[in-house]
Each structure stands twice: as C-alpha cells, then as structure tokens.
Design a protein around this ligand. Structure first.
Ligand SMILES: Nc1ncnc2c1ncn2[C@@H]1O[C@H](COP(=O)(O)OP(=O)(O)OP(=O)(O)O)[C@@H](O)[C@H]1O
Ligand SMILES: [Mg+2]
Length: 331
C-alpha cells in the first residue's frame, strides 16, 4: 500500500520565452489529500502538472518532495522522483494499436524487471480496481471514452504511485459517467492513500470531490485552501468561477477588460447570495479517506456561517447534523 507524500510548491514561476505563464505559485498538496486546480482555459494548468512531474523545468522556485527539490535536482534524482508520480493524461494517451491489457502493462514492461506472470497479476488487479473487467482484449478505439479514461487511470496506477495527477479526467464525459468517475477517484483515494491533484473544468467535481481547491487566474494562484473556505469565499474571481456565474472578472475571452468590468459595476450587478455548500463525496465502502474532515470543520474553526441549505444531500439528509450517524451508513 502506498502512503502518499506531501508536495510543497514554493514561489514557482514558469515562462516560455517572454510569455510568463504563472508566477510565484506557492501551495502544499497534503499527503494523501485530494486537491483540485481550476482556472480558465490557457492559464497554464497543464503546464503546472508537467512542471510538477519534471517534464518541464520552471524558471525559479521549488518543488519539495521528501526533502528533495524536484525543480532543482540533477537528472538521476529527477528520474527517481518521477517514479513517485502517476499521470492520467487528458485523452488517456493510450497506444491505439495495443489492446487495453498491453497498454496497462506497458509501464511495467518498460520500467521494471517483472516477469509476465507478475505483470499479469498487477494488471488484472488494476483492471479490477477501475472496473474494466472483460475489456482487456479490446483496442482503445473499440471502447467508450469513459472506459478509455479508466484504462488510462489503470495504467497510471501500475507502478504504485505516491502522487497522482489527473489532467481533466472528466472532459468529454457525460454527467453520469463523470459522477461514476468522481466516485471512483474518491474510492481510489480511500484505498491507496496517494496524494491526488485533479485539473478540471467541471464545477460540480470541484465543489464535491476535493479536500482543497486552487484557482489559477491572470498568471497567479489567486487562492488555494480547504474546500469550505473556497466555497464560502466572497473573493470575486473565486466566487464567479466556483459558482459558474457569467458576471465577474472572467469573460468569454477568458479575462474581461477594465471597461467591461466598469460597465458591469455601473449596471450594479449584485453577486447575489452564495449557493449552499454541498456535502463532500464519501467513499462507497470501507474506511474514510485519511485526509477527510467532518463537514463544517473549516467553517466552525473560522467562525464562518455557511449559506443556508449547505451540507444537505439530494436525499434531504443534513450532513452537518447527522455526520456521525451517516458515517456508519458508508462504512
Ligand atoms: N511547450 C510549450 N512551449 C511554449 N508554450 C507553451 C508550451 N506548452 C504550453 N504553452 C503555452 O502555455 C499556456 C498555457 O497552456 P496550458 O496547456 O497549460 O493551459 P491550460 O490551463 O491547461 O488550458 P486548458 O484548460 O485549455 O487545457 C498556453 O498559452 C500555451 O500556448
Ligand atoms: Mg490543459
């Protein structure tokens, strides 16, 4: 079983030529936690993930993992640190001419000296974990988009990573498949306890899955912190993004200009009340996730009153009141 490792990012800055992508990004991915990174298209979320795994080198800053600085270490150390990571690329990045089994076995054949029977055991275990039983002989082109995502996830898991990065795992999936995938991510985190970072555009995913949420906007990390802090924040960009509102600093062309914002202000757009904070998605079986906190923990510790209707699930159960009892029902 993996344990998950803390990732501390300090003052990270990345540019390509004269184009600064983001500057001075500082955040901590807690060991075993689930974090989500949001941001308008083109703000450098994928670049951030690639920098974290060492595929891109930052201009400056640090990425501390187990006392080593991945951003500033030599090639040998970097190779070693990279093996802590599993990455689920946006399109699954499967080899089209290889069946699902061989795709999932690929990293084991490339990076380990395991024999085929050891490989079979690991591959079948991961196939089971992501619910792809029976699909192992199919080519990527013969299965659905949702199944390809799960195959990509199985492949990201075979080397038992301590840190898993998901680049838009839910893009191109219908809402039902997205819901299943989100549940799979939560269950997986409960089971393997690795550190997760998910880049997503799906507001529902961002609102219900993670322990922590970060938002990249205008070349900086606007805010990063506990889900309850982000969902109760009045900061205009955070508020607009997490509530999928049209009015606010983010426009269709990503960023509104000053005149548009002034026009909106003059028309007196009222940001309105914050919507209720939904309960966090629970693992379906077994134990709680290691990093899971009781609903309302951050709010209570900070004296923040949640919007009315918060923590009530679609069955009308109030998680704020009934958490200890409801906990029993998921165990
Ligand atoms: N290898 C590269 N060389 C030069 N510029 C790059 C490179 N990779 C990315 N960029 C630029 O960095 C910026 C951020 O790209 P990135 O793919 O990280 O955005 P993103 O936030 O993931 O967007 P989306 O939500 O659409 O996936 C873009 O302007 C892109 O053109
Ligand atoms: Mg991207």
């Amino acid at each position: 079983m993996t344990v998950g490792v803390e990732v501390v990012v300090e003052g990270l800055t990345k540019s390509f030529g004269r184009q600064v992508i983001w500057e001075d990004v500082t955040l901590t991915l807690p060991a075993g936690g689930i974090s989500v990174l949001l941001g308008p298209s083109g703000t450098g979320k994928s670049v951030f993930l690639k920098t974290l795994v060492g595929l891109l080198r930052p201009d400056r800053g640090h990425i501390w993992i187990d006392g080593h600085d991945l951003a500033n270490c030599g090639e040998n150390k970097l190779y070693e640190l990279r093996r802590l990571f599993g990455v689920l690329f946006q399109d699954g990045a499967l080899f089209g001419s290889m069946n699902i089994y061989d795709n999932i076995a690929f990293p084991l054949r490339e990076h380990t000296k395991k024999n085929e029977s050891q490989i079979r055991q690991i591959v079948m275990e991961k196939i089971e974990l992501v619910g792809l039983n029976g699909a192992e002989g199919k080519l990527p082109g013969e299965i659905s988009g949702g199944m390809r995502k799960r195959a990509g996830l199985a492949r990201a898991l075979v080397l038992d990573p301590e840190i898993i990065l998901f680049d838009e795992p839910d893009s191109g999936l219908d809402p039902v498949r997205t819901a299943y995938l989100n549940q799979l991510i939560v269950d997986l985190n409960a089971e393997i306890e690795a550190t997760f970072l998910i880049v997503t555009h799906d507001i529902n995913t961002a609102r219900t899955v993670p322990d922590d949420i970060g938002l990249l906007f205008r070349r900086e990390l606007v805010m990063f912190g506990p889900r309850e802090m982000m969902l109760s924040s009045g900061e205009p960009v955070v508020r607009q993004f997490l509530n999928a509102r049209r009015h606010g600093p983010i426009g269709m062309s990503e960023e509104k200009d000053v005149s548009e914002l002034e026009a909106e202000a003059q028309q007196g757009h009222d940001p309105g009340a914050l919507p209720p904070i939904p309960p966090q998605l629970m693992p379906t079986a077994g134990r709680l996730r290691r990093s899971q906190q009781a609903p309302g923990t951050w709010l209570a510790a900070n004296g923040v009153v949640p919007p009315p209707g918060s923590f009530v699930d679609e069955r009308g159960r109030d998680w704020l009141r009934e958490y200890p009892r409801l906990l029993g029902s998921v165990r």
